[in-house]
Write a protein that binds this ligand. Structure first.
Ligand code: ATP
Ligand code: MG
Length: 217
């Protein structure tokens, strides 16, 4: 079993997430990509975040028609802040020795990984797939989590796992952009999957406060 995990706030999920995950699934030969909305993102506490059950519901709808994708409620149903190291440790416990766990994240997130809770442990628990668009310069490995040795496709961690750069078609879509469009009463069709935009349009009408602030998260 080759399992990929894409964590995030998913406020809301959009086509950038889905396309990058699909390309990572193919590039790494993953059996499944788990989309894992965070409950209380530890570094995103400064703005109002859409209730986690609502974010999870949209992710579930967005991945439903792809047999290689699944939504996970692991973080949403766990008390306290959603630390990726805790989630990966939990997932790893259910995997066998021959299974491989890939933690997928965008290059923007990878560049900030040194600010995450117990981040050196991430590189012991999982192989890391960094989704990026060529030909931007390769991001350096985070300080304090090594040693890392460069490889043709990324880095190898001293513990044996790898950091691999995965070139994907990065669509310039962010949840922030989607929230801003909603807040301004504009269409979000073709930014988010087809089953999602009517739901968001309805939520914007019924819960305008969810979309009132539009800082990047
Ligand atoms: P926000 O604008 O609120 O920061 P976001 O669009 O960055 O939202 P997140 O939930 O923060 O979405 O992202 C979850 C993961 O998906 C992160 O690892 C992020 O780097 C990655 N990601 C976000 N947008 C894209 C995209 N357009 N293409 C590829 N990966 C993306
Ligand atoms: Mg983000």
């Amino acid at each position: 079993m080759q399992l990929g995990v894409l964590g995030g706030t998913f406020d809301p999920v959009h086509l950038g997430h889905l396309r990058a995950a699909e390309e990572a699934r193919e590039a790494l030969g993953l059996d499944r990509v788990l989309f894992l909305p965070a409950r209380t993102p530890p570094h995103k506490v400064s703005r109002r975040i859409t209730p986690s059950a609502a974010r999870l519901e949209l992710v579930q709808r967005a991945v439903a028609d792809n047999p290689g994708f699944a939504a996970s409620d692991l973080e949403v149903n766990r008390d306290g802040p959603s630390y990726s190291v805790d989630t990966l440790a939990e997932l790893r416990r259910d995997l066998g020795p021959d299974d491989r766990l890939w933690f997928l994240l965008g290059e923007d997130a990878f560049r900030e990984v040194h600010t995450w809770h117990n981040y050196p442990e991430l590189f012991r628990l999982a192989d890391i797939g960094v989704l990026r668009r060529p030909p931007t310069g390769a991001p350096p490995p985070p300080g304090g989590a090594g040693p890392f040795t460069p490889t043709p496709v990324g880095y190898r961690h001293g513990g044996g796992r790898e950091v691999r750069f995965i070139d994907v078609t990065l669509l310039d879509i962010s949840s922030t952009r989607v929230r801003r469009a909603l807040a301004a009463g504009r269409s979000v069709r073709y930014l988010v999957p087809e089953p999602i935009w009517p739901v968001l349009t309805e939520w914007r009408r019924d819960h305008p406060e969810w979309f009132a602030e539009s800082q990047p998260t």
